[in-house]
Design a protein around this ligand. Structure first.
Ligand code: CA
Ligand code: CA
Ligand code: CA
Ligand code: CA
Length: 217
């Protein structure tokens, strides 16, 4: 425990101190001029005299700057009012509690992609991957062609159900029919990671594939 001891032994001769004090209920006074103040230890009650009329008897010596104009994700809602400061789809409270993941995992509320693997924390929560492992995120790992049959494999999570979408034109991926719907099994470890595959008869030498989660256990 840090110890702070500031005692004026001869008040008439001591210099005036400038300090910020936050009290135990969250209120605070700023730019206050304290003729004397003392703290036997931190954290613990602080006694401070302000113009000989104010006594903060249950607070902590504390300094902070509140930037009321900060808008981290530039969505037009300042952080103070924004329930999702980094705009990753997970609310600040959920990021700090870890409730969006199994196992429960705290993520950074001021960074959209905590492990910098290219998938936002919100998308990792939806796909059940580990937000602190850059090797863990939903993605296609291989496409193997045998004639017109294509075998597509992706990283997955046990019990999650996926649609495999395939088309001959990348622009058509959003409208293409589902080639297969598969539920992952055989996952290992805390994050139940698995590799899941499905086949699609393409009829074209060039195909594009997309995988997305359509169901969670
Ligand atoms: Ca914002
Ligand atoms: Ca967030
Ligand atoms: Ca985040
Ligand atoms: Ca990850």
């Amino acid at each position: 425990m840090a110890v702070l001891l500031l005692v004026c032994v001869a008040p008439g001769l001591c210099q005036t101190n400038q300090a910020y004090v936050m009290d135990g209920s969250g209120g605070w006074s700023s730019n206050a001029t304290f003729s004397t103040f003392s703290a036997a230890c931190q954290p613990c009650p602080v006694g401070a005299n302000f113009d000989a009329s104010h006594l903060n008897g249950s607070g902590f010596l504390h300094v902070f700057v509140l930037n009321t104009n900060q808008d981290y994700d530039a969505d037009g809602i300042v952080d103070e009012d924004d329930p999702d400061d980094d705009g990753d789809g997970l609310g600040d409270a959920d990021e700090l509690s870890g409730v969006a993941f199994l196992p429960s995992t705290v993520t950074d509320p001021m960074r959209a992609d905590s492990d910098a693997d290219g998938m936002s924390d919100g998308d990792e929560a939806s796909s059940g991957s580990n937000p602190w492992d850059a090797e863990s995120f939903l993605h296609i790992v291989s496409v193997v062609a045998a004639g017109s049959m294509h075998s597509v494999m992706w990283q997955s999570r046990d019990g999650y159900t996926y649609d495999l979408i395939g088309t001959n034109h990348v622009a058509g991926l959003g409208m293409a029919a589902t080639a297969a719907t598969v539920t992952a099994s055989g996952g290992v470890g805390l994050w139940e990671e698995a590799f899941t595959s499905a086949t699609n008869e393409s009829g074209s030498a060039r195909s594009f594939y997309r995988v997305h989660v359509v169901g969670q256990p």
